[in-house]
Ligand binder design. Sequence first.
Ligand code: MEV
Length: 438
Amino acid sequence: MIKPISGFSRLYKREKITWLAETYLKDSPSATSILEQYWNPDNQLQQLHEEFTENTISNYYLPFGIAPNFVINGYRYAIPMAIEESSVIAAASKAAKFWGDNGGFKAKVINTKKIGQVHFMFAGSFEKLQSFFSAVKPKLLESVANLTRNMEKRGGGVLDIELIDKSSALENYFQLHCTFETKDSMGANFINSCLEKFAETFKNEAQEFLGFTSEEKEVEIVMSILSNYVPECVVRAEVSCPVENLGDKEMDGEAFAEKFIRAIKIAEVEKYRAVTHNKGIMNGIDAVVLATGNDFRAIEAGVHAYASRNGEYTSLTHAKVENGIFQFWMEIPLALGTVGGLTSLHPLSKVALEILQKPTAEDLMKIVAVAGLAQNYAAVKSLITTGIQQGHMKMHLMNILNQMNASGEEKASLVNHFKTNTVTHRAVEEALQNFRSK
Ligand code: MEV
């Protein structure tokens, strides 16, 4: 058994690596130099990255790419995406090009409410708790005046606080269910600071409330935290065009629309398919969320909860034909920020936001939703026509060649060869052997 290490966080970066190498990497002699190879030679930049988290020993790169030609509400964007999956940016770009030539994407923010809760236990009558809540509510709001001043100047702040009785689900469990407007910031720190202050004030005031028995005065705060489920922070993205525009030399528009809509209906009624279908949407969404320095775990958690809001996990996108017009749309919750957090701290996120013309949070919600819709269009289109592997493996070819340590000349020749041949791992291996034996 490996001995526990204490004080790891206080070691210098090199000391941490030495410990790792001696403890876990004895059979990997190149690991240390790989870790060091990814240090940025600019010490200041390296330090910035190290200070994002504890115990940083290296940097983990993802490709930062661009999907151009996204026409959204009449403006042509180039969308930055941070993603490792080979085919995602190519697929997004293709969908962007098609819809750019067919009226572009339309996007609209439906609402922007964020939610946070103080969860507490109270052993007493709900009526008394309600009268205490009515009396204390103005004090709760006053108690966060210092925290909300700046946010209010920007048009945001606390929208409301409600008392919720959850005691039928869990004995003595109640909530302060709070709603916030956080404008261009994602708002996690603002919301959590307000909630912790509400909790403190609520607990202290309960001690003084004359209507409570001594037992009722002992409100127990369990936790105060924002919710990543934001069903009232929703954006809608859509595209539409005459059905005949969907056709190409392989399939006419009507047949394509019918197949496409059927594929969407399957994702609406079948959860195994819905999860993969929505994963394809998240390929686009996460890549932009990550590139712009937003929290993709929060987005993922909220989106999937939203996809099952009616009790069954289902497709986020929908499609129909009406009066000869094909329509494809999605409504999705996205709590995003364009100020604060990593957005201005990470130099690449800053550049990503500059590429997007310094969007407001609402603009970014629209852009991200469109990236998700485009990705889903591209994935479903491939699935119902050529199948996903053709495009995927073509993009994956470079990964296979790199795995096989192909030289520049070998790569160029094989990329050419596979323009007209099907890519499989085996086929690439054979083609490379052939090339090498010539
Ligand atoms: C792969 O990353 C995403 C897809 O599986 C999405 C889908 O099936 O719709 C292609």
